[in-house]
Design a protein around this ligand. Structure first.
Ligand code: GLN
Length: 316
């Protein structure tokens, strides 16, 4: 029996603009100020998109407004690293939640590996494992891989990439720490440069929702039909998103939303509900853990209204 048949039926007619209007009344949170381009974000931007497993795309107003993907890229970097290493990336990065912020200067005790691929240390490492002879080649392969997840050609915002590279002092610190531990094989500066480019890829809510849907469809893009990564990779990525995707807010997220999600400082959230749908919300004001305030509210509402919570019993 397919317990999510009702969720898919509900998603086909769900009033996304009505949800957008409701969450827009939420005025809390602060726009990220780590780089000038993010500080200049429109705090009133709010967009929601859903992509069902059968390929139906549903989108609210503003679903074509692009922002830099930032940390919402991390699940996809992990996927590409697993693909390119034939799974060996799992020996190079842990998969345990940290209970700490995304840029904590901390590695796994005893191994010196990054704690998981959803925090900055982990994403610096997974980005370094994607194949490519140098920074440019690795960056290109990452953009091509992300484009396959999205089913459209994505591009890098070069100003954001430059700012991330220049101003990401904590990322440089993490990369040097991993070099000192012997867990990062490329140079610290190369690692930050590639990760910065990955964070600077532009996505709108629609593209991000397709990316989430590709993970939700066992690695097969439901729009293009391309098998972007094997089903086993998609399963591994969604599992780690579920436990680590919202950093030190991952437990609260799993309780209240109950769907694997990844937050980002540009205000994007990507959701992946296997076999059902992918979704994305983009709205820049963030809470203390770097999660979009309206994004959280929208994800909670979607999960409750469509019955997406993976641990909710539907048999009572
Ligand atoms: N560019 C940011 C960084 O690495 C991404 C962080 C995030 O979105 N949480 O610092």
């Amino acid at each position: 029996m397919d317990r999510f048949a009702d969720a898919r039926a509900g998603a086909r007619t769900y009033d996304l603009d009505g949800l957008r209007e409701r969450v827009l009344t939420e005025r809390g949170g602060q726009v990220d100020e780590s780089i000038p381009q993010l500080a200049a974000a429109d705090p009133d931007l709010c967009a929601i998109a859903l992509v069902l497993a059968e390929g139906t795309v549903r989108a609210s107003a503003q679903a074509e407004v692009a922002v830099s993907v930032q940390s919402a890229v991390k699940p996809f970097l992990f996927a590409l690293a697993l693909l390119d290493t034939g799974g060996a990336a799992l020996e190079r990065v842990g998969i345990e939640p940290t209970g700490e912020s995304f840029d904590a200067i901390k590695l796994e005790a005893g191994t010196g590996r990054p704690p998981n691929p959803m925090v900055n240390a982990g994403a610096l490492l997974t980005a370094s494992l994607v194949h490519g002879a140098d920074v440019a080649a690795r960056g290109e392969r990452i953009v091509a891989g992300l484009s396959a997840f999205a089913g459209q050609d994505l591009r890098v915002d070069e100003d954001v990439a430059r700012s991330e590279h220049l101003l990401g002092d904590r990322n440089h610190a993490l990369a040097h720490l991993m070099r000192a531990e012997g867990t990062l094989e490329v140079s610290a500066d190369d690692a930050v440069a590639v990760y910065a480019r990955a964070c600077a890829v532009l996505v709108d809510a629609r593209a991000l929702a397709v990316m989430g849907a590709t993970l939700a469809c066992a690695g097969r893009n439901p729009l293009s039909g391309e098998q972007v990564v094997p089903a086993s990779v998609a399963r591994d990525v969604v599992s780690v998103m579920a436990t680590c995707g919202v950093y030190d807010g991952s437990g609260r997220w799993m309780r209240s939303v109950g769907v694997a999600g990844k937050s980002s400082v540009s205000g994007g959230i990507v959701l992946s509900a296997p076999g059902v749908l992918g979704a994305a919300v983009i709205s820049p004001p963030l809470d203390e853990q770097g999660t979009s305030v309206r994004g959280r509210a929208a994800c909670e509402a979607l999960s409750a209204d469509l019955g997406l919570h993976v641990f909710a019993s539907h048999s009572a």
